[in-house]
Write a protein that binds this ligand. Structure first.
Ligand SMILES: Nc1ncnc2c1ncn2[C@@H]1O[C@H](COP(=O)(O)OP(=O)(O)OP(=O)(O)O)[C@@H](O)[C@H]1O
Length: 333
């Protein structure tokens, strides 16, 4: 268990030169699972390099079997890598193993809760396992942040599914790690509970914890994360600030067919930056959330255009995600 004397400072947003700029640095990470029986060796991660800046909420997105859990488990010291380097809070997992482990808290996918303990007892026990001395424990504070203060003495078996999930997050926070990893936190959780959990995660981030979240859901990553990396078949196929990535992905189209041919885009419509795809056809691309259609039509009227046909084309985020991942497969073949 980590030595508490090496526990990192808890406020990663503070302007302190002793804090690392990056919470996690992964360079050329490789993982090959050895052949078992007749099966061939499996390359779960190939040359993965990622930087997670201090203080951000970073999303790792990918389909089943992409390599997300393998990556997290390597970071947490549960799986041995085949090659490359990983630094957590500036600590190389090979050279400063204890400090690296003390710097990270992992919330696993499965709910792993002993029904006979109260949340308070469970966190105290976990803090003891991490060697956190009683005077340094923040059990009540952590329960408060996760909205469980009034459940501190309840039997865990009486907690709702959403509360249990929040308790798992609390459990991962007992040693005050500056980096918190959530592995598929909302798989199988309904929308309302998802929103509650997201709120708590945002609060932890606001208080200074760097968050790494794995998810299948673009919507979840889009809502929570500053930066999103997409991983497929062990390779990073995209890594961009969320806004950039979503702009790349979220390309709804409105096509206007007009009665008289146009030589150029009429001035009232210029602000929407349409493409004059043909003399009688204007194509507008925009974010679904921006919902500019009403304004475009008003501007078209102002420009005196006679619209003879109107069509919208929607590309679902999931479709584009599939396109991106399919592209990665094509590269391989
Ligand atoms: N212990 C293991 N031995 C052999 N192969 C493994 C082992 N663990 C994972 N794999 C394989 O490595 C690949 C990556 O798996 P991993 O669990 O990291 O993916 P994932 O992106 O986390 O998927 P999921 O979302 O389903 O958890 C998969 O093909 C998986 O079958």
């Amino acid at each position: 268990m980590p030595d508490t004397a090496t526990l990192p400072a808890a406020d990663p947003l503070a302007a302190d030169a002793s804090l690392p700029d990056n919470a996690v640095e992964i360079e050329h990470l490789e993982k090959t699972y050895r052949a078992a029986g007749k099966s061939a060796p499996l390359h779960a991660l190939s040359d993965v390099s990622l930087t997670i800046p201090r203080g951000c909420v970073f999303g790792l997105l990918g389909p089943n079997g992409a390599g997300k859990s393998t990556m997290i488990n390597i970071m947490a010291g549960l799986v041995t890598k085949t090659g490359g380097t990983v630094r957590i809070w500036g600590n190389d997992i090979d050279k400063a193993t204890r400090q690296a482990r003390a710097s990270i808290g992992v919330v696993p996918q499965e709910l792993n809760i002993d029904p006979f303990f109260t949340p308070y007892e469970m966190l105290e026990l976990q803090a003891g396992l991490y060697g956190v001395p009683p005077r340094e424990r923040r059990t009540r504070e952590i329960l408060g942040i996760l909205g469980l203060a009034d459940k501190a003495e309840a039997y865990t078996r009486t907690l709702s599914g959403g509360m249990r999930r929040r308790l798992m997050v609390a459990k991962a926070m007992v040693h005050n790690p500056p980096v918190l990893v959530l592995d598929e936190p909302t798989a199988g959780v309904d929308i309302e509970l998802r929103q509650q959990l997201w709120g708590r995660v945002r609060e932890l981030n606001r208080l200074g914890t760097t968050i790494l979240l794995t998810t299948h859901y673009l919507e979840e990553a889009e809502e929570l994360c500053d930066t999103i990396a997409i991983i497929n078949r062990g390779k990073v196929i995209a890594c961009d600030p969320t806004e950039t990535l979503v702009r790349r992905l979220d390309n709804k189209e409105l096509q206007l067919v007009v009665a008289r041919p146009l030589a150029e885009v009429p001035a009232p419509l210029a602000a929407f930056e349409p493409e004059l795809a043909a003399p009688d056809r204007l194509v507008f691309r925009y974010r679904t959330s921006a919902s500019p259609v009403g304004r475009i039509l008003a501007a078209a009227q102002e420009a005196g255009l006679e619209i003879v046909d109107l069509r919208t084309v929607e590309t679902d985020l999931e479709d584009i995600f599939l396109q991106l991942t399919r592209g990665a497969h094509d590269d391989e073949h």
